[in-house]
Ligand binder design. Structure first.
Ligand code: GAR
Length: 193
């Protein structure tokens, strides 16, 4: 079984990126991370990458040719699989088409619920709690040209407690579900490579 060359895109803390780094370093994944890219210069995910001697690149979204730069960078690093790990910017159509079937995203809800425009990060958990949902979870899915609409690879749920806050729910979903299913989904795709 050969590993994949992973290009990981992050916008924030990068705890999902960390779960991939740990799985690569422990040998749980055969793949390697060949670049970590962010649209946020201060994203802690870039710092995590640097700590592990991984190429950490900031591409300024204010630049007119942001999408072309992102695409060219992924091509230059010969990325096999693009992993959106808390990347909170919509992916350009050309990138989706170029990497068709080779882009995955992690989303912190039971898609198709709480997906689409405006549903990202803590906003997802706030909406789940406001609606009085009894369960929530996370989904890893293929990326198509819609927002959070691609085919599901893995989805896992947990109970929402009556005293959960958006922050407590976010933390449990990250630690108990996201960090596991993202690695499992990559392992699954390695098996098909
Ligand atoms: C994660 O909960 C991820 O599912 C979510 O952002 C967080 C990033 O955390 N992504 C989305 O909401 C995408 N629509 P991290 O930076 O610690 O991995």
């Amino acid at each position: 079984m050969r590993g994949l060359r992973l290009g990981v895109l992050v916008s924030g803390s990068g705890s999902n990126l960390q779960s991939i780094i740990d799985a690569v370093e422990s040998g749980k994944l055969k793949s390697e991370i060949v670049c970590v890219i962010s649209n946020k210069e201060q994203a802690y995910g870039l710092e995590r990458a640097r700590k592990h001697n991984l190429p950490a690149l900031f591409i300024n979204p204010k630049e007119e040719n942001y999408d072309a730069k992102l695409l060219n960078t992924l091509k230059a690093y010969e990325v096999d699989l693009v992993v959106l790990a808390g990347y909170l910017k919509i992916i350009d159509k050309e990138l989706v088409e170029t990497f068709k079937g080779r882009i995955i995203n992690i989303h912190p809800s039971l898609l198709p619920k709480y997906g689409g425009k405006g549903y990202y990060g803590i906003h997802v958990h706030a909406a789940v709690i406001a609606a009085g949902e009894k369960e929530s979870g996370a989904t890893v899915h293929h990326v198509d040209i819609g927002i959070d609409t691609g085919d599901t690879i893995l989805q896992k749920k947990l109970e929402v407690y009556t005293d959960d806050t958006p922050e407590s729910l976010q933390k449990r979903i990250l630690e108990e579900i996201e960090h596991k299913i993202l690695v499992e989904a990559i392992a699954h795709l390695e098996g098909r490579a």
